[in-house]
Design a protein around this ligand. Structure first.
Ligand code: AMP
Length: 223
């Protein structure tokens, strides 16, 4: 299964990608997670990308593309993948097509999680993330355990440094200016599945599973 998961910051992409990873047994590839890990490890890549992440700006396409190209060449991606937070620009969408062609792969679906902007800001300020196992919480709808500990692995949960109101606004502006065009790009190719991300997380996951199943059946009917 090869999936692209689109949606603005706070739409629930990460949460849904983690569930899909478990359900379909293919890796979630989150460019944001890869960049954050590099920053935390103080690696060469981390030094290059830290200022972009802090500012809520996009990492340049050439750097992002070479990283994704490398990640997709790893063995576990042969079984499939869920691309989470990538592509975020039209050149990245064109670039990923080239990588897919080189491997002889095709995308099974592009899922767009949409949600009203006013909900996004409150979701992001309420978000907490486990720095160890990456489980995502919401302080009201899906809180961590007592004393702010991750219910999966017991690590104290964190606020992402870019989940502050000022950087959130910047990330929203970047989404409108650069990433919304990616949705149109896939819509024009009639490859897009729209999912309402405003619902409760289990319902969103149900909608995704149903849409993927429907897509699989219609592909089988055509064959
Ligand atoms: P995310 O975890 O997806 O919200 O991404 C966090 C940050 O990582 C973004 O605000 C960007 O600075 C950077 N980033 C993640 N994915 C990409 C991408 N595909 N292209 C450029 N920058 C990205």
């Amino acid at each position: 299964m090869r999936i692209v998961l689109l949606g603005p910051p706070g739409s629930g992409k990460g949460t849904q990608a983690q569930r899909m990873e478990k359900r379909y047994g293919v890796p979630q590839i989150s460019t944001g997670d890869i960049f954050r890990k590099a920053v935390a490890a103080k690696s060469e890549l981390g030094a290059k990308v830290a200022t972009y992440l802090d500012a809520g700006a996009l990492v340049p396409d050439d750097l992002t593309m070479s990283l994704v190209r490398e990640r997709l060449a790893q063995e576990d991606a042969e079984r499939g993948f869920i691309l989470d937070g990538f592509p975020r620009t039209v050149p990245q969408a064109v670039g990923v097509e080239e990588i897919l062609r080189e491997h002889g792969w095709e995308l099974d679906a592009v899922i767009n999680i949409s949600i009203p902007t006013d909900v996004l800001v409150s979701r992001l300020t309420m978000r907490r993330v486990c720095p160890s196992c990456k489980t995502i919480y919401h302080m009201v709808d899906h809180p961590p355990g007592p004393n702010g500990l991750c219910t999966v692995c017991g690590t104290p949960v964190d606020v992402r440094p870019d989940d502050n109101v000022e950087t959130i606004k910047k990330r929203m502006a970047v989404y409108s200016a650069q990433t919304a065009a990616v949705v149109d790009y896939y819509r024009k190719k009639s490859a897009l599945i729209d999912v309402d991300g405003g619902a409760e997380r289990d319902k969103v996951f149900d909608s995704i599973q149903k849409a993927l199943e429907e897509k699989r059946r219609s592909r089988e009917r055509r064959q």
